[in-house]
Design a protein. Sequence first.
Length: 351
Amino acid sequence: MTCTAYLHAIGTATPTHDIHTAFVDWARDRLPERPARVFERMAARAAIAHRWSVLPESAGSPVAAGGFYAAETLPGTGARMALYAAAAPTLALAAVGALAEQVALDGVTHLVVASCTGFVAPGVDQIIARRLGLAATVERTLIGFMGCYAAVVALRTARHIVRSEPAARVLVVTVELSTLHLQASDELESLLAMLQFGDGAAAALVTAVPRGLALERPFSAALEESDSLIRWDITDRGFAMHLSGEVPGRLGGALRDPALVGSLTGGATVDRWAVHAGGRSILDSVEQALALPPEALADSRAVLRDCGNMSSATLLFVLARVLRGEPVRHGVALAFGPGMAAEGIAFRTAP
């Protein structure tokens, strides 16, 4: 008989540099008068108060004189990846430190790391393992370039490991530095996409010991004819994010399909939703499509307000709030990302 995997606790970390207002001012000034008014209105409605960045605070703003993006020609991908190699492990370890304040991290047997905002070799997984002093025998899995739903994939991977090896102690880490990929765009849709993203990291421990949240049935679905709606393009000037304005409507339509919703919920009544905070319009679309009460996505909206969309780290920030809340009988974690695909996993409070 297979055992149940449990998510014990989650530690989170963000940088200290709040770049949200600086970006709004920079983006608005790049647009002609009419699109600028639209951007300003959309920024005010985005329900984001802060987005944090690893970019140095010394210049006050990344686009100010002396800032990383101060020059007319923005830094190349090499310079951005050098920053990723230095900053991503540091931020990830801050999240692991926050986790260690809640649970003991001795005896880790597996390390699962998710990140889509940078490349470095040896990988960020090896750097984290070495700095933590993990045993050389620890099995590592690096989940790359899966975007916002990679947290679900990481948890699902940890669940599979524990169910096959009940003695396993799996450390899950997600780390994203989205602000390393500012693009010199003067297109409204592109600037609105960049408006959503910030930097963050989260770490979780998954074992077979009953504590925290039981990780149950996973869910995965690729939505037909939607592969161009969310994507990253690797360019000589970083990774260009494309987030189509059609995404909320496409998600809403998919989530009105009874068959898909039945697969997602397992036919049970859901008493707690943990939805990736991809943006206000995405959360609104999920809420409307599933006919949820306004308070159902309060955790997701709080994370969006305080941190923006941190790609794969975001859902773990939401689940960290779930862990601090009321007991859950049947919860569903759900995220969307490139493809366009939906990934989810059911959870409940441990007995």
